[in-house]
Design a protein around this ligand. Structure first.
Ligand code: ATP
Length: 211
């Protein structure tokens, strides 16, 4: 607790989940320590970078010993919020939204989609993957201040209006799966995942930059 999380560089923060997954599998197999070269090989990050990353949170490997797996895991859990459940809502229970509700991220993360919204009367009142679906009109009433993230899987034309509702409800993170570019205040973070753009870009790279 005696370090400032905001001082971890973003590039380091992005690698933490990689380290975390590997360390978890080490712990599960009963290993108590790991060297930076072992880690390096497993996560494909060079060992100098790993040592620098770890030094930000005071984990200094001992020569001939390496790093203590349990210590690192305890740290990562705190930093990655793996100890806390992040509550998520989803708007738009179409094909993609339905897939997310059934999947619900429970296996890989401490995140839970706890309610979903739609305007289609045939969907409102149903449960999918144990997640209740409510009418969008009841959004404000149902959402409380503990919901941190909204997943947006509505048609593009509906996206901005719903984003405004999401912002008004105090939600600070939006995972936007629609092609629409959203305008939100500076304190709201939007991550945009446009699947058709991602696919086109992969195809472009395959054609023009063969490995
Ligand atoms: P489906 O085949 O179930 O319609 P889809 O993913 O092909 O799924 P979309 O047109 O992308 O269909 O709509 C996704 C979901 O968003 C649908 O369930 C639709 O009812 C819902 N939806 C449409 N407009 C709104 C809106 N303004 N607010 C909330 N949900 C909406």
């Amino acid at each position: 607790d005696n370090f400032d999380q905001t001082k971890i560089p973003q590039a380091t923060a992005k690698r933490l989940p990689l380290y975390y997954r590997f360390l978890e599998s080490l712990q599960a197999s009963g290993k108590h320590r790991v060297s930076s070269s072992e880690l390096s090989e497993a996560v494909k990050v060079d060992s100098a970078t790993i040592r620098r990353d770890f030094s930000y949170f005071g984990a200094l490997g001992k020569k001939g010993y390496g790093y203590n797996v349990n210590y690192l895991l305890t740290f990562f859990r705190k930093t990655l919020d793996q100890d806390e459940v992040t509550r998520v809502t989803l708007v738009g229970v179409g094909n993609l939204g339905t897939a997310f509700l059934n999947y619900n991220f429970t296996k890989s993360n401490n995140t839970i989609i706890e309610m979903a919204f739609d305007v289609d009367e045939s969907k409102v009142g149903q449960n999918i993957g144990n997640v209740p679906i409510y009418h969008l009109n009841d959004f404000k009433e149902k959402i409380d201040s503990q919901v941190e993230v909204a997943i947006l899987t509505v048609p593009a034309h509906a996206a901005q209006g719903i984003a405004d509702d999401i912002v008004e409800a105090g939600i600070k993170g939006i995972l936007n799966f629609t092609p629409a570019r959203l305008s939100v205040p500076d304190d709201v973070r939007v991550h945009h995942i446009d699947l058709s753009v991602e696919l086109q870009s992969l195809i472009y790279f395959l054609k023009h930059y063969p490995l």
